[in-house]
Design a protein around this ligand. Structure first.
Ligand SMILES: Cc1ncc(COP(=O)(O)O)c(C=O)c1O
Length: 375
């Protein structure tokens, strides 16, 4: 019999994929985790230019090209007021790889990683691939993570805790007070905080904050990516930044697993970060309008949903059988339990779709909820 590593046997293909496969081809897909905007033209053009000139033909340095890492450092200064040395940035194949190398570099076999539940599917899987133990923490009623719950979950075996604001799958945005608490916990317990900020630019009320702004120690590592910031999911370009010592360890993993991020994508990302930023406001305004349409529609159909303040997801409480009733009627949503046990009784709705389609989907979800309730 073929033998596989016990680490890989602990994980399976994401539950989200199963939902897509069950749905018909012409279904309205509210299951996708990507913005429905084109990549900015100047970013595309920068990649085309790099390809045509031949400068994207070879490997880049392991950490990525210098101008990109400078652009990332400038971004951190511009948005968060923090000094990042471009030498402490690694350009990665999306935030996905950034999370992977962060956990590989910091988690020993059997060590614990505290993750939100429900939370982004990779936190659990990447912890297991690092041979660690995911420790899920329940969310508050408003779907934010309570720093006190994280602090309570810390043991001698804790290697890291993951903060994700704005969050997938909930759309919840942590308050500045909570972010300060996460920084304090990282400092006081001398435990690593991995801050996944891929939805940083999609905040509707209040501001985005990062634990790295407040931490006094080097116990925060920030993961980010062009995927959701600039609608560039297909380009696979993200980054991770932390102290020199931490970056050097993460680079060891990146060097052997990846060599370097895709060169054309690096040039596109540099252009996205340094070029006109209008797309950011345009996308955020548009998502906010759609969030409001969705929340009003759900309320009209008696579906209770905490108000998401960011990203492009909502996570209402739904009656049993709701997801199947939706799929039968041609609307794809993702069952909450795909994001952890804490997601039971909820569904994730991605509203990265045009307003007309969203309105149509809301009517169908209303019918699905009624059918599920009377079943
Ligand atoms: C919270 C979160 N982190 C990371 C990622 C991965 O993003 P990337 O496309 O940059 O790998 C996603 C993608 O859905 C996400 O939702």
């Amino acid at each position: 019999m073929t033998e596989f590593s016990s680490r890989v046997e602990r994980i399976s293909i994401s539950g989200i994929r199963e939902v897509f496969e069950a749905a018909s081809e012409d279904a309205i897909n509210l299951g996708l985790g990507q913005p429905d905007f084109p990549t900015p033209e100047h970013a595309r053009q920068a990649a085309v230019d790099a390809i045509e000139s031949g400068k994207a033909d070879g490997y880049t340095g392991n950490k990525g090209i210098e101008p990109l890492r400078e652009a990332i450092a400038d971004k951190h200064q511009r948005d968060q007021g923090i000094d990042v040395d471009p030498a402490d940035v690694i350009a990665t194949s999306g935030a996905s790889e950034a999370l992977h190398i962060a956990l590989e570099a910091h988690v020993d076999a059997g060590q614990e990683v505290i993750i939100p539940d429900p939370g982004f599917v990779s936190y659990d899987a990447l912890t297991k691939l690092a041979d660690g133990e995911p420790v899920p923490v329940d969310l508050r009623e408003d779907l934010t993570v309570d720093p006190a719950a994280v602090e309570k979950a810390i043991t001698d075996d804790t290697a890291a805790f993951i903060v994700n604001s704005p969050a997938n799958p909930t759309g919840a945005v942590a308050s500045e007070q909570d972010i300060k608490e996460f920084a304090r916990i990282a400092d006081e317990h001398d435990v690593l905080c991995v801050s996944d900020e891929v939805y940083e630019y999609t905040v509707f009320e209040g501001d985005h904050h990062s634990p790295i702004e407040y931490a006094d120690s080097d116990n925060v590592v920030v993961v980010n990516s062009c995927s959701k910031l600039y609608s560039m999911t297909g380009w696979r370009l993200g980054w991770v930044t932390g102290s020199t010592e931490r970056t050097e360890r993460m680079l060891r993993v990146h060097q052997y697993a990846q060599a370097c991020a895709s060169a054309p994508a690096q040039y596109a990302a540099e252009a996205a970060l340094t070029g006109p930023q209008e797309i950011v406001e345009e996308m955020t305004d548009s998502f906010k309008r759609r969030r409001d349409i969705l929340l009003d529609g759900l309320a009209d159909h008696g579906i209770d949903c905490p108000t998401p303040h960011g990203a492009f997801y909502a996570m209402p409480k739904v009656p049993e059988g709701f997801v199947d009733e939706c799929i039968d009627r041609g609307v794809i949503v993702v069952p909450g339990e795909a994001f952890g046990e804490g997601g039971e009784g909820m569904a994730r709705i991605s509203y990265a779709t045009d307003e007309e389609t969203l309105r149509e989907a809301i009517e169908i979800m209303g019918e699905a909820a009624a059918a599920a309730r009377s079943a």
